[in-house]
Structures are given as structure tokens and as C-alpha cells.
Design a protein around this ligand. Structure first.
Ligand SMILES: Nc1ncnc2c1ncn2[C@@H]1O[C@H](COP(=O)(O)OP(=O)(O)OP(=O)(O)O)[C@@H](O)[C@H]1O
Ligand SMILES: Cc1cn([C@H]2C[C@H](O)[C@@H](COP(=O)(O)O)O2)c(=O)[nH]c1=O
Length: 239
């Protein structure tokens, strides 16, 4: 895992050097940790303060990438896919998403909130799929094209609780996808891998305890986001 993390050079808040005006914030973590819930809460909070907010997700975010999502999350179609093919497909979807949606929104000065991004590929395909770190790093470079998140919130939760939440949500609407069906040991290894990324990239990543109620988790996230928003708004008070 260390080798994989060390082999990925495009990290930190370099996106600021790429000339975009908006803020790019990604949400990462295991299944059912509350990423979508927290993105909604943060989007509302930012919108109330007058920010233009763009919410998106991966895989997905464009018609082409949503088509790739359909293939990637469909268990029946995927029995013969290995981690390399998966990683290539996630990268293809990401590239389209970055070029068509994320970069243009940042250029317009919007705050872009994305549910999963490059760290999910590092963890799910790189670590769980045991792919060559150089291969994962090369795909990442091509897919993100220098568009590194300004901030990555890693929601940390024990997998049993996350999977139980995902089960409850399923009762509400969606079907279990193939990644959610994996063993708790696999989910636990992913949790460790996300934490390792946060340790390796402290400038970009913040770990947030996702065990509390949604409002408590939302406050913890806001504590990380508010200073960034203030700095990006020329120091205006955004509390
Ligand atoms: N802090 C929380 N405490 C209890 N339940 C929560 C919390 N946050 C979200 N939930 C509930 O847990 C379920 C999963 O939440 P959500 O869809 O936000 O997670 P997610 O990380 O986006 O999941 P996935 O990665 O599987 O898409 C939903 O039913 C949601 O209402
Ligand atoms: C971006 C990305 C995602 N995945 C996996 C992780 C999840 O199991 C699904 C997406 O489902 P969600 O309900 O929208 O979280 O896809 C992955 O394996 N690699 C990736 O790069």
C-alpha cells in the first residue's frame, strides 16, 4: 500500500496552481458512510451563503460516465472483468467528468462537491485489486489532468455500521451493488487504505468521524471547509 501511495505524485493543493477560481472538494470513504448525505448538507449550507455549488458523483456526472457506471456496478456484466479493466473504465469515466463538468465549473468559480474521485480508484482498484502502483498512478494523471481536489473529506466509519446504513438506504430505494456485497474484511482493508492516504497527504485530506448523527458530522466537515471558503472568498467571514 505504501508503494502505491508513494507512486502517486499528483497530490496536495496543487489545483490552486492550475488557475481555477472555484473550490474542488471530494468526499471519500467506504460504503454507507454518509457521503451523499453530507454533500447535500454542505451544498445547502454553501448555497445559503450565496455560493454557486455544483454537486456530482463518480463514477458518473456526464451521460458517458453514467453509462460506464451502469456497466461497472452491474454484477452480472462484470464477472469476467479484472481490476485493470475496472481501473481503465473508472479512469475513462473520470476523464470525461473532469473535462466536461469539473474543470468548466471550477473555471466559472463554482464550488464543486464530488461523491468519490481518484482516491476511490487508489483504494478499490489499487489496493483491493492489487494493481501495479505505477499503472494506477499513470491512469490517475491522465484522468484528472492536474485537477487535484483542494480538499478531500474522508468519512471514517466501521464497515459494519456503514453496511447497515447502506442496507437501510436500500430499503428506501436502491439495489445492493457488487462492491457492497464484499466481505467485511475487504471493507476493513479499504478503511485502512483511505486512512493511509490521509496520512500521506495531510494538506489535502481530512479524516472526519462519521459515527455521529448527520448534523454532528456536518459540523465537523464545516470546520474544515469554512476556512477554505473564507480564504477563497478573500478572507470574508463565512461562518
Ligand atoms: N450520520 C448518519 N447517521 C445515521 N444514518 C446516516 C448518517 N448519514 C447517512 N445516514 C443514512 O445512511 C444511509 C447511507 O447514507 P449515504 O447514502 O449518505 O451514504 P454514502 O456514503 O453516500 O453511501 P454509498 O457509498 O453506499 O453510496 C442513508 O439511508 C442515510 O440516510
Ligand atoms: C469512483 C470509484 C468508485 N468505485 C466503487 C465504490 C462504490 O462501491 C461504487 C460506487 O457506488 P456509490 O454508491 O456511488 O458509492 O463504485 C470504485 O471501485 N472505484 C472508483 O474509482
Amino acid at each position: 500500500m505504501d508503494t502505491l501511495l508513494n507512486a502517486v505524485p499528483e497530490t496536495g493543493r496543487k489545483a490552486r496552481a492550475h488557475g481555477h477560481d472555484g473550490l474542488f472538494i471530494t468526499f471519500e470513504g467506504g460504503e454507507g458512510v454518509g457521503k451523499s448525505t453530507q454533500i447535500r448538507l454542505l451544498a445547502d449550507r454553501l448555497a445559503e451563503r450565496g455560493h454557486a455549488v455544483r454537486v456530482s458523483r463518480e463514477p458518473g456526472g456526464t451521460p458517458g460516465a453514467e453509462a460506464v457506471r451502469h456497466v461497472l456496478l452491474d454484477e452480472a456484466a462484470l464477472e469476467s472483468f479484472g481490476p485493470a479493466l475496472e481501473a481503465l473504465l473508472f479512469a475513462a469515466a473520470r476523464s470525461d467528468h473532469v473535462e466536461q463538468v469539473i474543470r468548466p465549473a471550477l473555471a466559472r468559480g463554482e464550488t464543486v462537491l464530488v461523491d468519490r474521485f481518484m482516491d476511490s480508484t487508489r483504494v478499490y482498484q489499487g489496493v483491493s485489486g492489487d494493481l501495479d502502483p505505477g499503472f494506477v498512478a499513470a491512469l490517475e494523471r491522465v484522468a484528472i489532468h492536474g485537477t487535484v481536489p483542494d480538499l478531500t473529506i474522508i468519512l471514517d466509519l466501521d464497515p459494519e455500521t456503514g453496511l447497515a446504513r447502506a442496507d437501510a438506504r436500500r430499503a428506501e430505494n436502491t439495489a445492493q451493488d457488487r462492491f457492497e456485497k464484499e466481505t467485511v474484511a475487504v471493507h476493513e482493508a479499504r478503511r485502512k487504505a483511505f486512512r493511509a492516504i490521509a496520512e500521506a497527504e495531510p494538506d489535502r485530506c481530512r479524516i472526519v468521524d462519521a459515527a455521529g448523527d448527520p448534523e454532528t458530522v456536518g459540523e465537523a466537515i464545516w470546520a474544515h471547509v469554512a476556512p477554505l471558503v473564507a480564504a477563497n472568498s478573500g478572507g470574508a467571514n463565512v461562518s
